[in-house]
Design a binder for this molecule. Structure first.
Ligand SMILES: [Zn+2]
Ligand SMILES: [Zn+2]
Length: 280
């Protein structure tokens, strides 16, 4: 069996390559991860986000803080068999666990190359605590050369250069944090769709829309309809048709994370069985 491996992937457009050696000794299982690969998609953690192995060890759960609630909430639970590898947390044990037919293999990272966000050239990266990192997965985003060049630009104001450099760092950090925030929201959306995928069929949704006259249940307009989870998946709502209502896109975004049921209560259950019967 191979004893070394090279793992390359992109995170927010930047190429990351991890050089690993396999650990022979039995190590403790990784229980918290800073990145996870599910169906070839890498979902890295941003500040206050983390992946955690479920107590039974059957799922990896993704925790993400909401705007109105800074405590990270579980937004998705990915079954083990969908996960190809995880990257552990903490600078002390930035190790990888990969899963396959041979079971879990454990790897130690001996070298990390990350593409610099400014010049695009790969550089040797260090882990820094997630909360301080502007780059993905607790990696800073610029190579040493770029940091230096930023400093050079302020040569004429050398006495203040440390201050300027600090300011530039902060500005760049704010900028990358904003970009990272968009990336994180997209990842959360992707995960929510991933876990709800297959929970109801297109036919079931079409039948449900038909039953309600193909109008938005909130505003009553005949707009293109989207499937809204009455109780959001982030609040552990069901993924199946019993938790779906047709809304137009604007109403769907107005509803947001609330658990508002716009379905007429009298016929709700009927509609759902109707949808199931039509689909079946
Ligand atoms: Zn650079
Ligand atoms: Zn509407």
């Amino acid at each position: 069996m191979e004893s070394t491996a090279e793992l390359s992937f992109r995170s927010r457009g930047l190429k990351i390559t991890l050089f690993c050696v396999r650990l022979n000794a039995l190590r403790k299982r990784i229980r918290k991860a800073r990145a996870l690969c599910v169906r070839r998609k890498v979902i890295p953690c941003g500040p206050s986000e983390y992946w955690e192995l479920s107590a039974e060890g059957t799922h990896w759960d993704f925790y993400h803080p909401d705007l109105d609630d800074p405590t990270p909430q579980r937004v998705a639970s990915i079954p083990m068999h969908e996960v190809s590898w995880v990257l552990g947390t903490g600078p002390a044990r930035a190790e990888i666990e990969s899963y396959g037919t041979k079971g879990a293999l454990r790897w130690k990272i001996i070298r990390k190359l990350v593409q610099c966000q400014r010049c695009g050239i790969p550089y040797e990266a260090q882990w820094i605590p997630l909360r301080d990192a502007a780059g993905p997965m607790g990696i800073d985003c610029l190579c040493a050369g770029c940091w230096e060049e930023l400093d050079e630009n302020f040569r004429d104001v050398r006495p203040f250069s440390e201050g300027f450099r600090e300011l530039e760092k902060q500005l760049r950090r704010a900028e990358t944090l904003r970009a990272a925030d968009q990336g994180r929201r997209a990842n959360v959306r992707w995960l929510r769709e991933f876990v709800s995928e297959g929970a109801y069929t297109d036919a079931e949704f079409a039948a449900l829309c038909d039953y309600y006259g193909n109008v938005c249940l909130r505003c009553g307009r005949k707009e293109p309809l989207v499937a809204d989870h009455v109780v959001p998946l982030s609040r552990r709502g069901q993924g199946d048709i019993s938790n779906i209502q047709p809304l137009c896109k604007p109403c769907n975004s107005i509803k947001g994370n609330a658990a508002t049921d716009y379905r007429p209560s009298r016929c709700g259950a009927q509609a759902r069985s109707h949808a199931l019967a039509a689909a079946g």
